[in-house]
Ligand binder design. Structure first.
Ligand SMILES: Nc1ncnc2c1ncn2[C@@H]1O[C@H](COP(=O)(O)OP(=O)(O)OP(=O)(O)O)[C@@H](O)[C@H]1O
Ligand SMILES: [Mg+2]
Length: 263
């Protein structure tokens, strides 16, 4: 049996916004899915469809209004925060916002390793950091010792990915990780995620509104609209034979260079 890494059941988030006239919005409504070991699942949907709401609930940055999240078959409420983040890590849209520009980029890596491998001596920590940078395709002598503004968006995003890997997580949540970096770095990050999955068996929840990226990277895809799942299944099945008009509309908005893959 393939091991389930994360499972969400009837996950719901109701936001209340507005000061005078309060308005209810469902960021997510009765969303259920799971991700197996070594699987890349994409969540796709237009802006505001609830993708980040789901990601942030799994990352424990948002409290669900209703529903269950299970990690390795156990409710996430039963995990201590530190233990949870050893299993689940995330990277986000804007790599720049994860850095304090007064510190060298080493800071985010040192912080992570002092949490995840606190008992290891300094020389060993340095070796592990250099090795992990190598895994994400960066050379330590070209990255360490520099300030964030001295590196590209793609390099900064890869350092954040290395930071996640220092925890050896089972699940990586990548919320539009490529939308603020250039096309070339984008392809590198996508290939890197696939390579990581192939080599280490990590599971990935990949979030995008770009159907092309979802098609390229994922084994399975879930299409969301207004907080709800519209359809889901193996990537090619969903994209080659979409059942719902919403999915068809999303596909028809893909630039023509991609479209021949789907029609
Ligand atoms: N803190 C909040 N308060 C009120 N409503 C919110 C809040 N955060 C999100 N929403 C609403 O919840 C819905 C889902 O938002 P969410 O950010 O999850 O969408 P998304 O699919 O990630 O969009 P994007 O592709 O633009 O990142 C939207 O209608 C949004 O306006
Ligand atoms: Mg979002």
């Amino acid at each position: 049996m393939v091991e389930e890494i994360i499972g969400v059941e009837n996950l719901t988030k109701r936001y209340i916004s507005g000061i005078i006239r309060q308005k209810e919005v469902y960021g997510a409504r009765d969303v259920s899915f799971n991700i197996k070991r070594g699987e890349i699942l994409s969540l796709v949907g237009e802006s505001g469809s609830g993708k980040s709401t789901i990601a942030n609930m799994i990352l424990r940055l948002l409290k669900p209004t209703k529903g269950e999240i299970n990690l390795l078959g156990k409710s996430i409420r039963e995990y201590k925060i530190k233990n949870y983040y050893e299993n689940v890590q995330g990277i986000f849209q804007d790599p720049y916002s994860s850095y304090n520009f007064f510190y060298k980029v080493d800071h985010v890596l040192n912080q992570a390793i002092s949490h995840s491998l606190s008992w290891v001596d300094i020389a060993e920590k340095e070796r592990i950091i250099a090795n992990t940078l190598g895994i994400v395709g960066l050379r330590p002598d070209e990255t360490l010792g520099r300030f964030p503004h001295q590196l590209s968006g793609g390099q900064l995003q890869r350092i954040l990915l290395a930071r996640c890997l220092l925890f050896k997580p089972r699940l990586l949540i990548a919320d539009e990780p490529t939308s603020m970096i250039d096309a070339c770095a984008r392809a590198e990050v996508l290939n890197l995620l696939r390579k990581l999955r192939d080599k280490s068996g990590i599971s990935v929840l990949f979030i995008t509104h770009d159907i092309g990226q979802a098609q390229y990277i994922s084994d399975r895809v879930i299409v969301m609209k207004q907080g709800e799942i519209v359809e889901g299944g193996p990537t090619n099945e969903v994209f080659l034979n979409p059942k719902e008009d919403y999915t068809k509309a999303l596909l028809s908005s893909v630039p023509s260079i991609y479209r021949r893959w789907y029609t």
